[in-house]
Design a protein around this ligand. Structure first.
Ligand SMILES: *Cc1c(COP(=O)(O)O)cnc(C)c1O
Length: 393
């Protein structure tokens, strides 16, 4: 054992305990509550994609270490997807890297590009791995807070501009944004791009919800803006788009220089992963537009189903334009502390949700916000809505 004077966990990770998802999922298990906390679908993705994985396993495709950058079939499919959807061309051999989910892509990008002491600007509330990965890279995180404004969480561009200093190394952007459901507009993205070019910043952009956008919202990759291709690391994932979050197949696209840098870190994290699933995801990316339209329509309906339930129950609802999360405010219940509210929710009505306060540096900023996932079967969402109505009485 170590001496008692020195904590086991190193200083970089000292502030990170168990993730909120572990805490709330355990609560869901012990109480039998409906788990709308962690964001994973309760129905698997397309049968033909599952079959493609089975075929790969049987045919011995990917059962041994696949190539470091990913299997050529998947790299080609990723490049074709970027070209077809966004007109972005990338060389599948040098400008695409397959990773163990977007999670590893984020870690590898930050470990590769951040020097100790560098400042990394991240939109707050942020996805929980960002803070930990910035810390592991020795960077300093500088949050820029998205604030509710007219029913939507808005990025204050002046605040973003003011956050940039001589020590800023990169902007870590996420759109469509988890947990708020905000989809950055073309104008906001153009302003971010201009700032990045002017201040010569790198940009890491987490676009794992690129296909899950609703109504009039449109996903535009940051890399498509002038001057951005050479400074942007774009991160995608099969998990959310195809409802196979357990497969952990993600990817990075960017210039050869950027992708090589990320690969340098990535090769010592997992080296490779998910061999047979890589072949299946290559097929998934080639699904016709009808698949992508279908999942969007399906999720929009689910958003409305849960959103109506939450409004009826008395929550203030920020209607998401993307992702599969709804952020709400509990102030109408006369409550202020989301963490306490979420700990009591299973007992009160048999539903588990996540307090957004854990996604802020300043917990006061998101103190009364609670996030619900709607990537669940309709009957589950109906039942959750019925249960949540108990809060209204
Ligand atoms: C789910 C999620 C990820 C992780 O994606 P994986 O491919 O499962 O690793 C990354 N970023 C955001 C914003 C997410 O919601």
């Amino acid at each position: 054992m170590t001496s008692s004077a020195r904590p086991l966990l190193n200083r970089r990770l000292a502030e990170f305990g168990t993730t909120i998802f572990a805490e709330m999922s355990a609560l869901a298990l012990s109480t039998g509550a409906i788990n709308l906390g962690q964001g994973f679908p309760d129905t698997d993705g397309p049968e033909e994609v599952r079959e493609a994985a089975v075929r790969a396993l049987r045919d011995g495709l990917g059962n041994q270490y696949p190539p470091g950058p990913g299997v050529p079939e998947l790299r080609a499919a990723i490049a074709a997807h970027q070209q077809r959807r966004y007109g972005l061309s990338c060389d599948p051999d040098t400008e695409v890297l397959v990773t163990a989910g977007a999670t590893e892509a984020i870690a590898a990008a930050l470990l590769a590009l951040v020097e100790p002491g560098d400042e990394v600007i991240a939109l707050e509330p942020y996805y929980d791995s960002y803070a930990a990965c910035i810390a592991m890279a020795g960077g300093r995180r500088v949050p820029v807070t998205l604030r509710p404004d007219d029913g939507r969480f808005r990025l204050d561009l002046d605040e973003l501009r003011d956050a940039v200093t001589d020590r800023t190394r990169l902007l870590l952007i996420n759109t469509p944004h988890n947990p708020t459901g905000t989809v950055l507009t073309r104008a906001e993205l153009a302003a971010i791009a201009e700032l990045a070019v002017e201040r010569e910043l790198l940009v890491v952009t987490d676009e794992v919800y690129e296909h899950l956008v609703f109504d009039d919202a449109e996903h535009v990759p940051l890399a498509t803006f002038p001057g951005m291709r050479e400074r942007t690391v774009t991160i995608g994932s099969a998990g959310k788009t195809f409802s196979f979050t357990g497969w952990k197949v993600g990817w990075v696209t960017g210039t050869q220089e950027l992708v090589t840098a990320v690969r340098t870190a990535k090769q010592y994290l997992t080296y490779v992963s998910a061999g047979p699933f890589q072949y299946a995801v290559a097929e998934a990316l080639r699904l016709p537009d009808s698949y992508f339209d279908g999942i969007r329509a399906d999720l929009r309906r689910k958003r409305d189903l849960l959103g109506d339930g939450l409004r009826t129950a008395g929550f203030e609802v920020y209607e998401p334009k993307g992702t599969y999360f709804i952020t709400t405010d509990i102030t109408p219940f006369g409550e202020k502390d989301a963490h306490r509210f979420c700990r009591a929710l299973p007992e009160r009505c048999g539903v588990v949700a996540i307090p957004n306060s854990v996604f802020y540096d300043d917990p006061a900023a998101g103190r009364s916000q609670v996030r619900f996932a709607f990537c669940k079967r309709d009957d589950v969402l109906h039942e959750a809505a019925v249960r949540l109505r108990r809060l209204a009485s």
